[in-house]
Design a binder for this molecule. Structure first.
Ligand SMILES: [Zn+2]
Length: 135
């Protein structure tokens, strides 16, 4: 993908602060971090969102998020983490190359990521459950 900023980072055309890299994955600092240590984990191959990423790769990305969280806790003493993945523009996906955010958290960091998540919509739960139940 010629115009994809993450593909350019993978190819080394744009520099990044790389924390981890192997044949399939790359983890680097978000250039506009929410907290120090805010890291993006991406597959090197271009996939747009969670519906496109092969499952084995998704598992590797998630596994790396856990490994990095443990590593950051040990090295920097972060006490908590948010792991955020947005798929699709309506979900505020900004770069259309699959990425997972690992946001280290600590007491008094000033972030309130859940503020917009508590809008209290009231769907018809049973009707929706009937539609969405996975068989
Ligand atoms: Zn890309």
């Amino acid at each position: 993908m010629d115009n994809c900023i993450f593909c350019k980072i993978v190819k080394g055309k744009i520099p990044s602060h790389t924390i981890y890299e192997d044949e399939e994955l790359k983890a680097f600092f978000d250039i506009q971090p929410s907290t120090p240590g805010h890291t993006l984990i991406i597959p090197k191959e271009h996939y747009e969102n969670i519906l496109d990423v092969p499952e084995d790769l998704l598992l590797r990305i998630t596994s790396l998020a856990k490994k990095l969280a443990a590593h950051y806790k040990k090295k920097e003493g972060y006490t908590a983490f948010n792991i955020i993945q947005s798929s699709g523009r309506e979900a505020n996906q900004d770069v259309m190359h699959f990425h997972m955010h690992l946001v280290p958290r600590y007491e008094g960091d000033g972030l309130s990521l859940w503020a917009d998540m508590k809008k209290g919509v009231k769907p018809d739960f049973e009707k929706l459950r009937e539609k969405l139940e996975l068989e």
